[in-house]
Design a protein around this ligand. Structure first.
Ligand SMILES: [Zn+2]
Length: 125
């Protein structure tokens, strides 16, 4: 069930990355037809490119994490809070050491339960 969910997310990301790429090529064809225009705002243009680049790298990070999640399914460590593996005493996740199922479905690349994630954020771990 988790594997299917992850594979679906991977597909969605691949599609949205393709979307970003094709909107890029639209922009650049606009740009070239506009190249004779002297008052073209290059600053805005490079900002747009930068933005989609950032988006792409964020999406591909997510993709990498999802692929790692698939590997964890294979080796059997998927859905176990990382903190409980390192230090079981510190994990206060409600279903410790397991990450609750609904969290895994919402955030398939989660490596920690919500409790541990929040604690980590607050530097309590
Ligand atoms: Zn935990």
């Amino acid at each position: 069930m988790f594997r299917k969910n992850i594979l679906q997310k991977i597909e969605e990301i691949n599609e949205s990355m393709q979307g970003i790429r094709s909107s890029d090529s639209n922009e650049s064809s606009l740009f070239s037809s506009d190249a004779s225009s002297e008052d073209h705002d290059e600053g805005t243009e490079s900002h747009e490119v930068e933005k989609s680049f950032l988006l792409m790298s964020r999406e591909s990070d997510y993709l990498t994490n999802l692929e790692k999640a698939l590997q964890r399914i294979d080796d059997g460590s998927y859905g176990i809070c990382e903190v409980s593996v390192d230090d079981p005493e510190k994990c206060e996740c409600p279903e410790s050491p397991l990450i609750p199922e609904e969290r895994l479905l919402a955030v398939p690349n989660a490596t920690k339960g919500v409790f541990c994630k929040e604690k980590k954020k607050l530097n309590l771990l």
